[in-house]
Structures are given as C-alpha cells and as structure tokens.
Design a protein around this ligand. Structure first.
Ligand code: BGC
Length: 249
C-alpha cells in the first residue's frame, strides 16, 4: 500500500483531518481541525469537512471518513454525540456529492483501533484486544488475532444505571472536574466489567488522554495488560486513511 491519503475524524467537539502516508503509516505535516458545528447535522458538517479537505490538496484518491456512529452497509445507524439527522445517512455518498471524491465511511473507534493494531500499540498482538478512545463519548473497537469485529459499542454498556460513557468519558472528567484518581477509579470499574465479559489480553487506552498515560498509569488496575495508544488523538485520522487505502487495494 502506498500513497498520500486523506483521513478525517469527526468527533463530538471537533473534526480533524490529516494527510497520511499509508505506506509508512505516518501523518505528513500537522493535523488540522475545526469545531464540530451545532447542531451537528449532515448539512452543517459537510461544508466544514469540504473546507478541511480543501486545505489538504496533496492527498489523492479515496477519503477515509471516521464517524462517531455505528456504520452498517455504509450508513450511520446511531447518533450518540451528533445530530440524529445522521441516522440513515450514507457518509460516502455525502462526500462524493460535496467533494466529488470517493470515500470510505467507518466508525471512529474502529478506525483508531485499526491504526493501533496495524502500526501502533497493538501491532503483532494475538488474542483479544480492546481499543478504547476516551473523548466526548467512549469508543471501543474489538480485535481478535488482529481482525476487527466492527461496531462494538461498549461505551454504551450500562454502569451505575447509565451509559458507561456518561460516567467515565474524558468529557465527564472535565465537566465534573474529576482528578486523575477519581476518574481512573471509574475507568478501573469499567475495565473490570469489560474484562468479566470479554477476557481481553490487552486494553489499549486512546484519545488525547493517552498522552498523559505516565501520570495515571500507577492508578490503573486490570487483569489484562494495559498500554497507551501510540497515535493518541491522531489514531482516528491515521486509521481512516489506512482503511480507505485498504478498501481501494
Ligand atoms: C458512539 C460510538 C463512538 C464513540 C466515540 C459513542 O457515543 O456511540 O459509535 O465510537 O462515541 O466517538
């Protein structure tokens, strides 16, 4: 696989884009980003995505669009942190219409997980791996022997009578002003529940918080190994571009 491909990662608060050398699995230059419009409808978002893509003309071919929804047969099926107008939307068709370029539309955590499994913290790891992205919500991606089980939505597992992501996401840490100890205690409970059901060999903790892994690592507790994501907040962009390249080849 070679070439410079565009990866776009839509989040609840920002939309990131970058050019990825898919052969080397590296970001070329800086990530650029724009705030996610409110309401986060397809009509409001597509011009923002087009403007970001327009600033990165060096990328060619298919665009990888990572999105915070279950994506089945090319269509968004859920909309936890974006407008419900996305439900049923065909993301690749919207990109084709707006940018006149082919695209691959996939779940954001699946994209981040692919980047980590192919080139980052999970590279070469056999057995069961659960990738977690902590942001506005909690994204999860499940792998067994390197193969993705798509659209795992373990961020919506019930914890304390609510969605896990409403209790333990990075956004909740900020909003509730939790210190590392208080927040990691919640993360530990969450990891324990997932472990009881899926018995992973490895958890990869991703999202921007993974850059602070050294600060909170001593507080983490799990029967499975825990590693920080290597690509931190860039994993979604890199994985979206890799998935787009793989789907072309
Ligand atoms: C969504 C997932 C997404 C995660 C991270 C959750 O609310 O349901 O599809 O992967 O947020 O963005």
């Amino acid at each position: 696989m070679t070439g410079k491909m565009l990866g776009i990662d839509v989040g609840g608060s920002s939309i990131k884009a970058g050019v990825v050398d898919v052969g080397a699995g590296e970001l070329l230059g800086e990530l650029i980003c724009a705030p996610t419009p409110r309401p986060a409808t397809p009509d409001a978002m597509m011009p923002v995505i087009a403007a970001l893509a327009g600033r990165l003309p060096e990328a060619a071919g298919r665009i990888g669009l990572a999105f915070p929804s279950v994506v089945k047969h090319g269509r968004a099926r859920t909309a936890a942190n974006v407008d419900h107008a996305w439900i049923g939307a065909d993301g690749a068709a919207l990109v084709r219409r707006t940018l006149e370029r082919p695209a691959l539309f996939l779940n954001d955590a699946d994209a981040a997980g692919l980047a980590e499994m192919r080139l980052g913290a999970g590279r070469g790891v056999q057995g069961t791996v659960i990738m977690l992205t902590f942001g506005t919500g909690i994204g999860t991606a499940l792998f067994t022997d390197g193969r993705l089980f798509p659209n795992a939505e373990l961020g919506h597992m019930e914890l304390n009578g609510m969605d896990a992501e409403k209790w333990a996401s990075a956004h909740v840490k900020t909003v509730e002003g939790l210190d590392w100890r208080a927040w990691i205690e919640r993360v530990n409970v969450y990891l324990e529940r997932m472990h009881a059901m899926l018995w992973p060999d490895l958890f990869i903790l991703g999202g921007a918080i993974s850059e602070r892994f050294a600060d909170f690592e001593p507080l983490l507790r799990s029967q499975a190994e825990i590693r920080p994501a290597q690509f931190a907040g860039q994993a979604g962009v890199i994985g979206a571009a890799l998935a787009a390249a793989e789907s072309e080849s």
